[in-house]
Design a protein around this ligand. Structure first.
Ligand SMILES: [Zn+2]
Length: 521
């Protein structure tokens, strides 16, 4: 209800730009911030904010909520964290554009992201329209995924068929015409992993022509992190796009301690004229598909071919030799031990909730891994990859913002799905002091809004869109754990979406006020 307008009284206002907070009343009318301090217009509904922080609504730059907002029930799991805009379509995995054939493959490979929503053929504009009509709980900005473009243009084959590159570029242009804010890639996932640098440059050029960003899950986040980052900088620099490095981390034992070098390279890219920054989730564990532990080549030819390969002892041994090498394109097996891998979703009951080491018992964990992937190619895991000192070093950088990398809000998902932003504020600001409040708010708001060109959002100044989050610095936090992830957050008091009070005293009001934010409109 934007009609009456709101007066948020007496809170400490953070502008999102990194300035220290100051006590001021914030007046909202017509969906916009109309005054910060000074004399507010009369007749506004008063909301007491004494002792609370008033910030721009959080921007989740790395979300995977692509389809969940199509469910009948509203999905306020991000809104309850103070997030007013999610950037979806990350890691190259989007649910459009899909034709009947690629939709079937996507439904098998990426069902873990779909959250129970049927995966159907759709143009990019068609899916954007459906999301808009469904009224998501929060705003959505959509990336178009390279993996999906390649799947639709070329199937799961490694080499590009004649005409496939042109087809991908045409489909990308269609997506940008329909309002995509950028191009994403996921270079550890088939078929995105098959692309060489030139293929990605060509598509990033399409993004550049529309002012879109290139957001990438690097080809390697472990021992070869630096080479993978160099490739990303080359792609963005050659194509002339901004660069967003997704879920920045130094993953796996061989990469521990490399967080600083990641930051040096981001800074060096900026000196070379590439507008490079990143995002991060504040946890030492990530979540992905179980098959990410295997060399991506295992999936060549589709899920049936993969299952056959995983059941063939000779093929299994060859894959193991490759995985143990741990090079670029060899999968994540070498990065984590079986005890670090918690299974969170599998078709067979009794698997989820146990580590790979526990499921294996006395058996060889590699063999058990192959059987589990053959039994459910979409099986999901939470995997401990990063070291806490790297997490904090990366967090301290002003070039790295916040992205939850969430899954659907059901079942045993990584706790970041429900608690990423409150955890950042409670644990890393209040308890550990890694960031000041104003630094954390800047990272959670304006930094991402700027890189994804969410005009008018991510900052709290007169004239900005009134997407706001009011939180209690004394209590904000999230106690979710890997085995008990979906506990409620604390300290997120009120959330305002374009002037509409959608979370009041920590409770979702039931109103679906979100929109699809299209670039150029
Ligand atoms: Zn990713």
């Amino acid at each position: 209800m934007t009609g009456a307008g709101l007066l948020l009284e007496g809170g400490t206002v953070f502008d999102g730009l990194g300035n220290p907070g100051r006590v001021a009343d914030v007046a909202v009318a017509g969906g916009r911030v109309v005054a910060v301090g000074g004399d507010p217009p009369a007749g506004l509904r008063r909301v007491g904010c004494d002792g609370l922080a008033v910030a721009p609504g959080f921007v989740d730059t790395h979300a995977h909520s692509d389809l969940v907002h199509l469910l009948d029930q509203p999905q306020p799991f991000k809104l309850l964290q103070g997030v007013t805009t999610e950037v979806v379509g990350n890691c190259g995995l989007t649910f459009a554009p899909l034709d009947p054939e690629s939709a079937e493959v996507a439904a098998t490979l990426w069902s873990g992201l779909a959250g129970g929503v049927p995966v159907e053929p759709a143009t990019f504009g068609g899916l954007a329209g459906r999301l808009e009509r469904a009224r998501p709980a929060n705003n959505l900005a959509l990336l178009v995924g390279h993996g999906t473009l390649r799947l639709t243009a070329n199937g799961l084959e490694e080499g590009l068929r004649p005409g496939a590159a042109e087809r991908m570029a045409a489909l990308a242009a269609e997506a940008f015409e329909a309002g995509a804010v950028g191009l994403s890639s996921g270079l550890i996932y088939v078929p995105g992993s098959y692309a060489d640098t030139g293929e990605l440059v060509a598509l990033a050029r399409v993004a550049a022509a529309y002012g879109g960003v290139y957001a990438t899950h690097l080809r390697d986040e472990g021992a070869h992190l630096e080479a993978a980052l160099d490739e990303a900088v080359t792609i963005a620099g050659t194509a002339g796009t901004r660069l967003q490095v997704s879920h920045c981390k130094a993953a796996g034992r061989a990469a521990h301690g490399m967080g600083g070098r990641l930051l040096e390279r981001l800074a060096a890219a900026r000196l070379d004229g590439v507008d490079a920054q990143g995002d991060q989730y504040p946890y030492d564990a990530g979540a992905t598909v179980l098959s990410a532990l295997l060399p991506p080549a295992v999936a060549a030819g589709g899920t049936e071919a993969m299952a056959a390969r995983l059941r063939d002892p000779a093929a299994r041994a060859a894959l193991r030799a490759q995985a143990e090498r741990g090079g670029i394109g060899d999968g994540a097996w070498a990065e984590a031990g079986p005890a670090d891998v918690l299974l969170t979703g599998h078709r067979h009951p009794g698997v989820a909730g146990r580590t790979l080491a526990e499921v294996a018992g006395g058996r060889d964990p590699w063999d058990v891994l192959c059987e589990l992937v053959a039994g459910d190619p979409a099986a999901t895991i939470v995997v401990r990859l990063a070291r806490e000192d790297d997490v904090r070093a990366i967090m301290a950088s002003p070039l790295v913002g916040v992205g939850s990398d969430n899954g659907p809000p059901t079942g045993l998902e990584h706790p970041r799905t429900w608690g990423c932003f409150p955890r950042l504020l409670g644990r890393y600001v209040r308890e550990l002091g890694v960031l000041s409040w104003e630094q954390a708010v800047r990272k959670a708001t304006w930094l991402g809004a700027r890189q994804f060109r969410l005009d008018g959002r991510g900052l709290l100044v007169e004239g900005a869109v009134a997407d706001l989050c009011v939180f209690d610095p004394a209590t904000v936090g999230h106690d979710g754990t890997y085995l008990d992830p979906d506990v409620p957050v604390s300290g997120i008091e009120h959330v305002v979406l374009a002037g509409d009070l959608v979370v009041e005293h920590g409770r979702f009001t039931g109103r679906r006020s979100g929109r699809v934010l299209r670039s150029g409109r």
